[in-house]
Design a protein around this ligand. Structure first.
Ligand code: ZN
Length: 412
């Protein structure tokens, strides 16, 4: 079995090894990808929710030329052997130097060790157990076996985790049998027997794990809880640690500053300003609605005065409005037909070509049938009741002629 150097030194960035085996993984467009097994490695293979390391393997050929190959994936096979995916084949027996991408490793160490701390803090304060962990590209998540956690409790857990980080407690690795581990009160034990690797955060958490961890809690650097989400198995909690936490806080601050500059106001006043402006907008909308009703009332009176009432005859008001929308012509039709013996045939071409036919309650013509017949013939849709109907057509240039046809039909 490959000796796993990261078990004893999380921050080992370079190592020497001998190639034990190399297999072609796949071949695409005349290019092969290889899986290389070493006698010892500092590369971490994907497992336990922590992704693989990246880096390079550098071999020296017999001619003395260095052969450098990027390590693009590291994985375990069913037997627990570690394989390094490379773009070049390195033959068995070759001596190689391994170089780990330490920026990626440090990021993984911060998120992963932060997860140990966070899982322990959730148990200590809320008795919420972690059922799974995922280390993502942007944020990491743990799923807890609880349906919900209040915002106040989330802040308490975040506070406790950050206190333990600030105390810089030592983190050590210990080995024990399953029976010994059980007696020690380990948080989560694997099913398998044999020697178990334990990660001990001094006086805070003891957990079985094969991952890479910080030397002390201070190296986690800080922890921020983000959003939560209900999932099938309970509650998913997003979090970021260390440099990710700083980068996330920086992004949030820039977003907040940009948003505040639009008002403009200080970031701290943003929520109050938004609330104030929304209330002002609501008041303005109310006022505008009142004005529109007044305008419709006056317009209705004007239109009615232009068509004098003759005893026993209905008054047909017909007009296309280019600069008024559908809601205005509806309002106007309602106002017009409040007077007796009025038929309103109105149209708007301001946005979508719209028609409104309405009549006073003392008349008997069927506006719904009339409108449906005319708009359908013009390729549109519409309908309504006997005293009020509304519809739309695709072509605004047909509005005038539809109103004329409606007037003619009403005259017969
Ligand atoms: Zn771990």
């Amino acid at each position: 079995m490959t000796e796993r150097l990261y078990y004893n030194d999380t921050f080992l960035s370079e190592f020497s090894a001998t190639v034990l085996d190399a297999n072609e993984l796949k071949r695409e467009n005349n290019h092969s990808t290889w899986a290389v097994k070493l006698d010892r490695t500092a590369f971490y293979p994907t497992s336990g929710g922590q992704p693989f390391d990246l880096g390079q393997l550098v071999a020296e050929s017999k001619s003395g030329v260095a052969l450098e190959s990027a390590v693009t994936d590291v994985f375990e096979d069913e037997q627990g052997e570690v394989w390094h995916q490379t773009s070049k084949v390195i033959p068995p027996g070759a001596q190689v130097r391994g170089h780990i991408d330490m920026e990626r490793r440090r990021d993984h160490v911060q998120q992963h060790t932060g997860q140990h701390l966070l899982s322990a803090a959730f148990i200590q304060l809320l008795d919420a157990k972690t059922v799974s962990f995922h280390l993502g590209e942007q944020v990491s998540t743990i799923d807890l076996d609880t349906p919900a956690i209040s915002a106040v409790d989330l802040v308490r857990v975040e506070r406790l985790a950050n206190e333990v980080i600030a105390e810089d407690r030592p983190i050590s690795v210990r080995y024990a049998t399953r029976e010994e581990a059980l007696q020690m009160g380990v948080r989560k034990l694997p099913e398998r027997s044999g020697e178990i690797r334990l990660i001990d955060i001094q006086n805070f958490d003891l957990n079985a794990c094969g991952g890479t961890h910080a030397r002390s809690t201070g190296q986690i650097g800080g922890l921020i809880l983000r959003r939560t989400e209900k999932v099938k198995q309970g509650l998913r909690v997003e979090f970021v640690c260390g440099l990710r936490a700083a980068a996330t806080a920086r992004r949030d601050f820039e977003l907040l500053s940009e948003s505040a500059a639009l008002y403009p106001c200080a970031p701290a006043d943003l929520a109050a300003n938004i609330t104030k402006q929304r209330e002002e907008a609501r008041q303005q909308q109310k006022q505008q609605a009142r004005f529109l009703e007044e305008v419709a009332e006056l317009k209705a009176a004007q239109l009615l005065s232009e068509v004098p009432a003759a005893a026993g005859a209905k008054r047909v008001i017909s007009q296309v409005f280019c600069d008024r929308d559908a809601s205005y012509i509806k309002l106007l039709a309602q106002r017009l037909t409040k007077s007796p013996s009025v038929v309103a045939l109105l149209a708007s071409s301001q946005t979508a070509p719209t028609l409104v036919f309405a009549r006073s309650t003392d008349l008997s013509s069927d506006m719904g049938t009339l409108l449906r017949e005319l708009v359908t013939a013009a390729g549109g849709r519409g309908g309504g009741g006997k005293d009020f109907a509304q519809g739309g057509i695709p072509d605004a240039s047909q509005l005038e002629s539809i109103l004329k046809q409606a007037k003619a039909k009403l005259a017969t």
